[in-house]
Design a protein around this ligand. Structure first.
Ligand code: F6R
Length: 600
């Protein structure tokens, strides 16, 4: 949830660290800090509550320094404040931490730290104190870190500076992402590759339990007391992909990247008229799909596709529920986990739980080499490229698309979809990015709707079946970036209570793509109109005979129902974006949110 960066080498460390922190700001931004050795070999720790810009203002970016660590925080233990910000220092140890030390209260009573007086409310300071005591006893940092692994429960990615050691950075990882960037006579440490892309594309992925010793010329990684050989990987995206490219916000840029992302995903899994790189799912009787937030919403869409086109039982669950629920899995079940970051704590925990039972697992992930990607039995990448805006857009569409292709292939394998229909669907996939480009070439309709409704206190979303799954994402998108209260309802459910909230001019946004139940949704919309609602309808169907059910109509291209559901969300993303913009919200970094939720 937090962002970590470290640098050792010939450059001035402070600007490198600030650059990295700015790239990582999406991971958390309620406070930030930096620790470095200056020219006189004095250790400086500077931290501040608030965004990185505040920290940057109080730093001297020109100050000579060749070794430092930095942190941008998303508070878990202890409110955002300077004292609770990282780096934390206890005695000889200064460190930054991402993750949660679950047994920190218990550890405060450990004999190793019994005489230490804690000054912050964080779990991190406890880890720092424990490592410091071990180091004071051992006078050997590697041994101390190894011993600390037995004491620290929970998750951690740590970057550490040791007093009077001007030649090394130390890192340690468990259940939180951490990489070492490989440079020329300089090296980096970061939670995420984009943080160091400006300087190097080469990196080493750290595994669970790894401890790294990083100097400017050398990287040594130990695991369970043994030196391990690490592969140097190369990041396939360039920095430009992680920058705004002239767009006002990353979110808008990422919305506009969707045609390209869709093309890339299709190219990866469909070759002309054949499937490639995809597993056979026909051997499973049942699939559990588990994810959080928007990724969960793509699972809900997939449920309809698999049930409709593959005759398979699908259970979709929110990961934070699934991991604590009784499950009835057997060897004929498959678990699919969906995660953009590949680091979401609850999704990862659900995956591990199911893996332990020796049930097959398949991960749908964006970030290559992320924990979920590495731990699942099989992994399929969505090829969306780095997503920086906290609110997901392109990763959501790519996840939905990949699930659609998987359901399609399974249906073909089961001989439910025939050759003729198969060709039509593949044509629709190949044209999908053009349809999306079409939507993006005329954003006026979304802007004008946003202008009409941006002052609303509540905005409701309605749909049935797959359309309900789509509007759930529309509603989440809206509330997370505009801070307007919003709820999505299966349209038939509204009158069982919540219709009481519909007042004159309350915006109600409905999606109607499913022909079979369109008339039912239309009746429900009319019920809200009768109570004064302002109705916006997105539909691929002919609405000429139902003009009285909408104030604004957005026409969606009518294509095969395995592909069409990817279209309405593009409009909903744009409407949310413009509403948030009119309300002057911090669109790329909405309050209280972080991009990668690596804590429970
Ligand atoms: C909403 C959003 C979140 C994520 C959720 C899961 O716009 O981005 O709801 O979808 O936190 O994240 P990943 O996909 O990284 O597991």
């Amino acid at each position: 949830m937090c962002g970590i960066i470290g640098y050792i080498g010939k450059k001035k460390a402070i600007p490198v660290i600030i650059d990295g922190l700015e790239t990582l700001e999406y991971r958390g931004y309620d406070s930030s800090g930096i620790a470095y050795y200056n020219k006189k070999k004095e250790l400086k720790i500077i931290k501040e509550q608030g965004k990185i810009a505040i920290l940057k203002n109080i730093l001297n970016l020109n100050e000579e320094s060749n070794l430092g660590i930095g942190h941008t925080r998303w508070a878990t233990h202890g409110q955002p404040s300077r004292i609770n910000s990282h780096p934390h220092n206890v005695g000889n140890i200064t460190l930054v931490h991402n993750g949660i030390i679950e047994n920190y209260e218990e550890l405060k009573k450990h004999p190793l730290v019994k005489n230490y007086k804690f000054i912050s409310k964080t779990d991190t300071e406890v880890a720092c104190a424990i490592i410091n005591s071990l180091y004071n006893e051992n006078q050997d940092i590697l041994k101390s870190l190894e011993e600390s692994q037995k004491l620290l429960m929970g998750s951690y990615a740590l970057a550490i500076i040791v007093n009077n050691d001007f030649e090394h950075l130390y890192v340690m990882k468990k259940d939180s992402p951490l990489i070492i960037g490989v440079g020329n006579k300089e090296n980096y440490v970061a939670s995420d590759v984009p943080a160091i892309l400006k300087y190097t594309k080469k990196y080493i992925l750290l595994n669970e339990g790894d401890i790294g010793i990083v100097s400017n010329k050398n990287i040594k990684v130990y695991n369970q007391k043994k030196l391990v050989k690490k592969k140097i990987l190369e990041f396939e995206w360039d920095l430009e992909a992680g920058m705004k490219n002239g767009y006002e916000h990353f979110m808008l840029k990422e919305i506009f990247e969707q045609p390209k992302v869709i093309e890339q995903t299709i190219k990866e899994y469909i070759n002309d008229y054949d499937f490639i790189n995809l597993p056979d799912l026909t051997k499973y009787n049942r699939i559990d799909i588990v994810a959080c937030g928007s990724a969960y919403h793509t699972g809900l869409i997939a449920k309809y596709w698999f049930e409709e086109y593959c005759n398979m039982e699908i259970n979709v669950d929110i990961a934070s529920e699934y991991r604590y629920k009784k499950n009835f899995l057997d060897k004929k079940c498959l678990l699919i986990v969906i995660s953009q970051s590949g680091e979401t704590a609850d999704t990862l925990a659900s995956l591990r739980l199911v893996k332990e039972k020796k049930i097959d697992t398949l991960a749908i992930v964006n970030v290559v080499g992320s924990s979920i990607a590495r731990e699942a039995k099989n992994v399929l990448y969505i090829k969306a490229g780095p997503e920086i805006a906290v609110a997901t857009t392109k990763a959501y569409s790519a996840q939905a698309l990949l699930l659609s292709i998987l359901a399609f292939k399974t249906s073909v394998d089961k001989k439910i979809i025939n050759i003729k229909e198969k060709e039509q669907i593949i044509n629709d996939y190949h044209n999908l990015s053009l349809y999306i480009q079409d939507i993006l070439s005329n954003t006026k309709i979304c802007e004008s709707i946003a202008k009409k409704i941006f002052k609303a206190n509540d905005i409701f979303f309605l749909g049935r079946k797959i359309d309900y799954a789509i509007v759930m994402e529309g509603s989440l998108k809206l509330k997370e970036i505009s801070y307007i209260h919003s709820e999505a309802y299966p349209s038939g459910e509204l009158k069982h209570g919540s219709i009481a909230l519909i007042n004159k001019k309350t915006p109600v946004i409905s999606v109607i793509t499913d022909e079979n139940i369109a008339l039912k949704t239309i009746s429900n919309i009319k019920e809200t109109k009768a109570r004064g609602a302002y109705s916006i309808v997105l539909s691929s169907l002919n609405m000429d005979n139902n003009k009285e059910c909408y104030d604004d109509l957005i026409k969606i291209e009518h294509i095969h129902s395995l592909v069409e559901p990817i279209l309405p969300i593009i409009y909903l993303q744009l409407i949310s974006y413009y509403i948030a913009k009119l309300n002057k919200r911090d669109i790329d970094k909405p309050k209280n949110l972080a991009k990668s939720v690596t804590v429970e």
